[in-house]
Design a protein around this ligand. Structure first.
Ligand SMILES: Nc1ncnc2c1ncn2[C@@H]1O[C@H](COP(=O)(O)OP(=O)(O)OP(=O)(O)O)[C@@H](O)[C@H]1O
Length: 237
């Protein structure tokens, strides 16, 4: 299927996924992972993505992030067709409009807490004073003012994920993509990280697409999408 020439979606949507198809090759075998899936995530909305292990949830997240390109279909992020862009432009759109939280935190070990949070601001060339103020604001929001000069290796898992959440929302992205952000945390710590993730995304008007295996985590989102056998279904309340 050819990509349509339209490169903009309505601005009220943070993410639009339109008829996205994608396959993976496992040994000799070609497996159709996504069979033309569609969904839209409104500005400020939180959406949980559920589905069996291996169903393609992380793959779909990577397609929304523009890290991979689909076989067919279009993904719009903040009104721009990320799937129609060259790699360099996809990187710039991702840097500017997307925040990412990983299960394994993925902080830069050689940077302090404050420097990790400020990373996206530096990459987006925020003025120094505005960036410093935003980092201070986020350190307070995630309860890590005292830890600002420490390194990730000196923090607990929950503390590291709070830094990762602050880093992901720092530049006020249109959408935060979170891949099992509470998967490595105990229940109480995970709930605290989730509060911060949803609270900070919402405060900045950003949407959140969160991959999870947990029904409890999913229940906290505004909507739930299930990826099963290559198809995306909305859970009715
Ligand atoms: N680059 C790749 N090359 C080949 N196969 C891949 C590649 N990436 C993912 N896969 C396969 O695609 C399938 C979907 O993987 P994906 O990680 O998207 O699933 P998932 O739903 O996120 O799974 P989980 O819940 O276990 O994290 C898996 O069978 C995986 O082995």
């Amino acid at each position: 299927m050819a990509l349509p020439s339209i490169t903009a979606s309505p601005p009220s949507f943070a993410v639009v996924i339109e008829q996205v198809a994608h396959h993976v090759t496992e040994g000799e075998r070609r497996r159709e992972l996504l069979a033309g899936v569609s969904a839209a995530i409104g500005a400020g909305e939180s959406v949980a993505l559920l589905g069996p292990s291996g169903s393609g949830k992380s793959t779909l997240l990577n397609l929304v992030a523009g890290i991979d390109l689909p076989d067919a279909g279009v993904v719009y992020v903040a009104g721009q067709a990320i799937t129609a862009l060259a790699e360099r432009e996809r990187t710039l759109l991702r840097r500017h409009r997307i925040g990412i939280v990983f299960q394994a935190f993925n902080l830069v070990p050689t940077l302090t807490v404050a420097e990790n949070i400020g990373l996206a601001l530096e990459l987006n060339t925020w003025p120094r004073a505005a960036a410093a103020a935003r980092v201070d604001e986020l350190l307070a929001a995630v309860g890590l003012v005292e830890a600002r000069a420490r390194f990730p290796g000196e923090l607990s898992g929950g503390e590291q994920q709070r830094v990762a959440v602050a880093r992901a929302v720092a530049h006020r992205p249109a959408v935060v993509l979170a891949d099992e952000p509470t998967g490595n945390l105990d229940g109480a710590t995970g709930a605290q990280v989730l509060d911060l993730l949803f609270g900070l995304c919402g405060a900045g008007g950003g949407a959140c697409l969160i991959v999870t295996h947990s029904a409890e985590v999913a229940a906290r989102a505004d909507r739930r999408l299930h990826l099963v056998d290559g198809r995306l279904c909305e859970e009715e309340r």
